[in-house]
Design a protein around this ligand. Structure first.
Ligand code: MG
Length: 229
């Protein structure tokens, strides 16, 4: 018997190593526009966020760079440029090693499983499909597009728990981002921080613990140990 009725997996940085995709391209794009963010800083500022929140913070940072608020056209060009930088590199995307085995371990421990992601639904579905995870999750692949607020609001995790028919208090969330851990806790769930993705720089695990992750796991092998009764 596992300690949880359901395990909710974040996608980007947990199942799919997508956070590093286009990172250098994004850093270059921003540098050309006067930003001075390193790749690490870009990860720290923008990962785990739904597009609306990402855009909002990007535009705020742009205002600091310009010394004035960017107009609508400038804001749109910046946001679209960042999306394009990542999209151009998406063929390099890989699964996080051991991801499918972790999902199988959860299922073997009698847990229900779902994906709960900030990624757009169509893109999320294509990632889950591409890396062979669709048969494991079935219909339970949920994008924050379908709820009113993205992470760090608890909406997407509560929605996934509801669709699985499980009590939020019996759900374990696997998350690589600060926002995701905050969202899980706000949903009344336990969260394990995950640092097995290629974007996790030094100190990232400590940041996840600081916002309330119960523990931090460095790999899917470590997660499988936790899930195996
Ligand atoms: Mg993530």
């Amino acid at each position: 018997m596992a300690s949880w009725d359901a395990v909710l997996f974040d996608c980007d940085g947990v199942l799919v190593d997508s956070e590093v995709v286009g990172l250098e391209e994004s850093a270059r794009f921003l540098r050309d526009r006067g930003f001075s963010f390193s790749a690490e800083e870009i990860i720290r500022r923008y990962t785990g966020k739904r597009d609306d929140r990402f855009r909002e913070e990007l535009v705020q940072d742009y205002a600091d760079v310009l010394g004035r608020a960017p107009d609508e056209e400038e804001s749109e060009a910046l946001f679209e440029g960042m999306i394009a930088a990542r999209r151009a590199a998406k063929h390099t995307m890989q699964a996080v090693p051991g991801a499918a085995q972790s999902v199988r371990a959860a299922i073997a421990a009698d847990c229900r499983v779902a994906v709960a992601s900030s990624s757009k639904q169509a893109f999320l579905d294509s990632k889950v499909e591409r890396f062979g995870l669709k048969p494991l999750f079935g219909e339970h692949v949920y994008s924050a597009d379908i709820v009113s607020q993205g992470k760090p609001a608890p909406d997407i995790f509560l929605y996934a728990a509801d669709r699985l028919g499980t009590d939020p208090a019996s759900c374990l969330v696997i998350e690589d981002s600060v926002y995701g851990v905050e969202a899980a806790l706000a949903a009344g769930m336990q969260a394990f921080g995950f640092t097995g993705g290629g974007h996790c720089f030094g100190g990232h695990g400590d940041r996840l613990l600081a916002v309330g992750a119960a523990k931090v796991l460095p790999s899917h092998a470590a997660l499988q140990q936790e899930l195996t009764p």
